[in-house]
Design a protein around this ligand. Sequence first.
Ligand SMILES: Cc1ncc(COP(=O)(O)O)c(C=O)c1O
Length: 327
Amino acid sequence: MSNENPFGPSPKALATIKKYKNNIHCYPSWIPETLKEKCAIYNNVSPHNISVSAGSYELINLITSFFVGEDEEIITFDNTFMAYNYSAKRNGRKCTIVKMSGPHYDLNDLVPLCNKKTKAIFFANPNNPTGTFINHLSLRKLLISIPNNIFVISDEAYIEYVTDGSYPNSVELQKEFPNLIILRTFSKIYGLAGIRIGYGIASKDVVEKLDQVRLLRSVNALAEKAGEAAIEDVDYVNLSAKHNAIERDKLFTELTELGFNVVPSQANFLYIPFNNNHDKDKVVQALAEQGLIVCDLTIFGHDKSIRISIGTQDANLRVIDCLSKIN
Ligand SMILES: Cc1ncc(COP(=O)(O)O)c(C=O)c1O
């Protein structure tokens, strides 16, 4: 339901956790240098450009509280990951919300809202919950259009599931635009959501600042070791991504054929807007009666829509079977 990997944790990470568990009486490193280096190699950047964190939430919170001053502002979208707005609120920062007219971001709506106080723009790419994405040209255009003192935070929690070739090469863009901060997580395809591990790719200057303000040893020893093993678990990532792409296509086609208004997705979930809450509730309830839990987006303030995570082949078949009987 929270878009976790239906196959569980990366086997390499799990084996490492089991092996390392007898050492948890020892403190983790001050800075997880080995994991930093592995993330750097994986992304073809310098370790100076990597900030390892206790999941993306930690980086979102650090950026909001330390990079955005008390009288400065954040901009995000209304139908994106709620953590950006929540983090702004918790830290007492003003957050301007761009209203999306459909499931896609329109970056042209965002640029005129930037003012002297704007310090950070947050979005998820691909977006949660809609699964839509910003392509390379649009992201580059945004970075050219706005002043370079505004941080652009591209949260790429679902990047491993992307199959569209026009998705941004954000690491290259980051080299060109030092105000771009990329967020990555081990919570999704690597299956490590419970252990809290992620990282940011940013300019050396931004990384130094993030590492200074981070709670010392916020990344626990098991998370550090699990991350080191997971990033090398290429087979597991490939297998999970392939399964997702095949099942995402199948589920999309079958749900569309059943008459649902499914939005094409680049993530590991599908977004379905309904005409009214009655139709949505009927679907949520029918699935729940079969033990199939989907995310009713009313809890995030968006009524009339749901998000279905791509599950195992069996779970997806059960979704189709259930919905073919009510439509
Ligand atoms: C867009 C996006 N970013 C970040 C996260 C959470 O990342 P983490 O578990 O690394 O804090 C999620 C989880 O749902 C998400 O959808």
